[in-house]
Ligand binder design. Structure first.
Ligand code: NI
Length: 226
């Protein structure tokens, strides 16, 4: 029995060693061996793990498509679909206007990234804030809010069904959070930044708290070279 345990331990050590070696040689530029190890380990266990480190764009696994058609209402109360943004690269973020800190920070970064683009580049890009709190985020409320961040920012809201449909396509998690010590509810929500192309299809996913520089770089990488 002891021998079996010893052999198992040896196999485990050799296995982990091999994984470390793979991680060491297979790490992305600028990625630490530890992060590469976690990435390899996650791939092995089949668990989804976001790549850590300075790498910005999150690769979607092959065969996975995100996004697609949507029907919402913009900040002027007009019905819009993905077709209204044809030819534009959208920088999408899902949140809610009552969000105390995360949403304003992320939208501020997106706005700063917009201002880093050359004029002809920025003309092909539209920042879009999609609310996951349509109950409170009326078009009027959205209009006041997005105007605080960037003159070109579009705010999308919809019926609860339209919102749920869009969130499902983009795999956005959101849930109402009510606490007895607060008079107003909050929304818990995922916080990725989506670069969205024609047909509403997601072309790249950026991790939460990406810097304006990283967002701008990811946008430039996706814009057709003119
Ligand atoms: Ni938020």
């Amino acid at each position: 029995m002891q021998r079996v345990i010893r052999i198992l331990a040896l196999v485990l050590i050799l296995g982990l060693g091999a994984l470390w070696a793979t991680a060491w040689f297979g790490r992305e530029p600028g990625e630490s061996a530890g992060n590469a190890f976690m990435r390899q380990f996650a791939a092995l266990t089949g668990r989804e793990q976001l790549p850590a480190g300075p790498q910005v764009g999150i690769q979607l696994p092959a065969g996975v498509t995100l996004g697609g058609p949507f029907e919402m209402r913009n900040q002027d109360g007009r019905a819009v679909t993905q077709a209204d943004f044809q030819g534009q690269l959208l920088v999408g973020y899902f949140g809610f206007t009552f969000c105390p800190d995360v949403c304003p920070t992320e939208l501020g970064s997106i706005a700063a990234a917009m201002d880093m683009l050359a004029q002809d580049q920025a003309a092909k890009v539209t920042p879009v804030f999609v609310t996951v709190d349509p109950e409170r985020d009326t078009p009027e409320q959205m209009k006041n809010y997005v105007g605080n961040f960037h003159p070109r920012m579009v705010g999308l809201t919809g019926t609860p069904e339209q919102t749920a449909d869009m969130a499902r396509r983009f795999r956005v998690y959101y849930a109402k959070v009510e606490r007895p010590d607060m008079s107003e509810y909050l929304m818990d929500h995922s916080s990725f930044i989506y670069l969205i192309g024609d047909g509403g299809r997601v072309r790249a996913l950026l991790r939460p708290q990406s810097s304006p520089e990283d967002i701008a770089a990811a946008i430039r990488a996706l814009l057709p070279q003119a």
